[in-house]
Ligand binder design. Structure first.
Ligand SMILES: [Zn+2]
Length: 69
């Protein structure tokens, strides 16, 4: 198991068998898609390690912040 930290977003990505886990400073862990939907798509800065669409995969509506809950 290895851990990557996105220097732009400051989020840790655990690389484990079966898919990456993203550790947020608050809330439950998510996927790379969650990270992109919540953080990386707004940053769009060079150095972000989560801008590869192939690695991110499909963004589900549950990956976005639920502002009405
Ligand atoms: Zn990032």
């Amino acid at each position: 198991m290895s851990i990557q930290t996105c220097p732009v977003c400051g989020v840790k990505i655990l690389q484990i068998i079966g898919g990456d886990r993203v550790i947020f400073s608050a809330g439950t862990p998510g996927t790379r898609a969650t990270l992109w939907a919540r953080v990386c798509q707004y940053n769009q800065k060079p150095g972000c390690i989560n801008q590869n669409k192939d690695a991110i995969g499909e963004i589900k509506s549950s990956d976005r912040y639920q502002s009405d809950r």
